[in-house]
Structure formats: structure tokens, C-alpha cells
Design a protein around this ligand. Sequence first.
Ligand code: ATP
Ligand code: ZN
Length: 310
Amino acid sequence: MNNCSIANCENSSDKTRLRIAIQKSGRLTEDTEKLFRNSGIKFAESHDHLLAHAENLPIDILRVRDDDIPGLIMDHVVDWGVVGQNVLEETMMQRKLDGLNIGYTEVMPLNYGDCRLSVAVPSENDWHGLSDLEGKKIATTYPFLLRRVLKERGISFKPVLLTGSVEVAPRAGLADAICDLVCTGATLQSNGLKEVETIYRSKAVLICRDQELYPEKKAIADLLVQRFKGIMAASESKYIMMNAPRAKLEAIRSILPGAENPSIIELEGDHERVALHVVSREKVFWETLEQLKSLGATSILVVPIEKMLD
Ligand code: ATP
Ligand code: ZN
């Protein structure tokens, strides 16, 4: 394992190693590290080090707070970053106000980190719509995203900026309502709040700085994009196998979700039935398998796909 601190590794003129910022520890960390490992990037497990060199590819991973990632991209300190769209947009609005560069390019959306930014009020409150927030104190980590939405509706409010424990603000008498990230809603409920309006939906994105990458870095970036796409396509796809009556092939194909060009294989000594193999690019539900069975399919197997290269 090859690790070091930023002090002795930093080399902003490095033209060959792709530097990627990821969240050090939080809700995006596990999925991001899994995506990188599945793409064949080998890097140190330890989260104690700010910078980890990949052992097998010219890639350096910088582990930081998610809030710092858009700035690192926009200040051209790193080449790539993985961050939630919520943090990206909020930071852009803040930096615009501060007169800083807000340039970046989106490399690709990622299939994790889904959450929503919602307004919540004490459960016992009546709710008639966002206009109820006029003149109210709202605790949030995302004042710019909130202001953008409320301004569009002509609603003014008093932001109470909190970077954590936003959900306790109403009970603590700090605010009348909150605007916070929600996944299941359980945290809100346990704090006596109800979710009343979603103002923004977010997922993780891979972003790049707004400058041409050096050719060596571009080559590794292109390779990784291919691999990431392959992994994401594979995670949503399944390999389906079954034996089926030849006479029902059309009906079977019509109910298989996102299935293209199945392979039809003769079954030795059976002219009525064939084996059918197909890659389905969508989730396969039990209901579909039950329908296949009712059409006479047997030995139905649904197998996960690890990697995919089109
Ligand atoms: P850091 O210490 O890096 O600043 P944090 O506490 O700000 O971490 P996390 O709670 O780890 O951030 O969330 C990171 C990102 O994960 C969020 O900005 C959001 O894009 C995404 N996310 C996905 N699901 C959720 C969720 N249920 N609650 C909060 N954020 C979520
Ligand atoms: Zn954060």
C-alpha cells in the first residue's frame, strides 16, 4: 500500500496521475469505493490518509469532506470528484456570490446517493403550502437551494444555517421549520416533524474540472468512464435462462423486460422446446417469472451480471 500526506505528495503540475476527490466518510463513501474497486482500481483501505495512490493505475484518491469537493474541482486542485448534486448546486450558488470560478463539467450521473431536500414542519402544524413559510425561521444546511425555490414563489424567510442536527431545530426553539435531506423520513418522524414539500431531488454525480486534461490523464479518464458505465449497466441487468415451448417464444419475448435478441438453443431430443438465453437491461420482478412459468417456461434462472462491455 502506498500512502502519504498531502504535504509530501502534492504536486499540482502532475500531468500523468488522475487525481479524484471522494467523500472521506459518509453516505457516498461506500458506494464510491465499491464502484472504484469494481473498476479495477486498487487503493488503500485506510481512511486515515488524505491521499491514497492507486497501486495499479495512475490514479490518486483524495479523501475529503463532501462539501469541499466542488471547490476542489472549481479551483483546479483535483481532476475529478464524486459529489451529491445538492452540494454541487449549493456550492455553486455560494461561489457565484463570492465571485469565484464555478466552472465544471459533468462526466456522468451515478446510480447512488439518491435523496431529496424537503421542507418539514412540526407534526401538529396545519400545512397549506409553501406560502405558510412566509416570514418564518427555517433551519437548513442548504440556504441557497431553499432561497432559489422560495424566491420563485415570492416567499421571504429567515434562514438559520446549521450544518448538522437540523431536525432538532424546531424542538429547540431555533426555527419554525426545517429544510433538510430526507431518505426514509424516519429521522423526521422521531423528531416530531412531518415532511410537507420536496424542493429538490439529488443523486451522486461524477464531475471534472473545466480544463482539458493532459493526454495521459485523459486516457485513464476515458478508460474509467467506460468501466463505470459497464458496471452501472451490469448492476441493472440480469442474464435470464429458461427452457420454453417453441410455440410460445413470441409471447415470452414480449414480456421479458428490456430484452434484446435472445439466443435460442436447440434442446437435444426435444423438438417442441428450446433453451432461451437473454440479457435483460431492467429489473426482473417475480411477477414476470410467474408469467413466464404460466406460458410453459421451466428451469428459469435469473443470474446477476458482474461486468458488461458493449
Ligand atoms: P461530510 O462529513 O463529508 O461533510 P455530511 O454529513 O455532509 O458529510 P452525508 O450525510 O454523508 O454528508 O451525505 C453526503 C451526501 O450523500 C449528501 O449530500 C447527499 O447528496 C447524499 N445522501 C444520500 N442519501 C442521503 C440521506 N438519506 N441523507 C443525507 N444525505 C444523503
Ligand atoms: Zn458535508
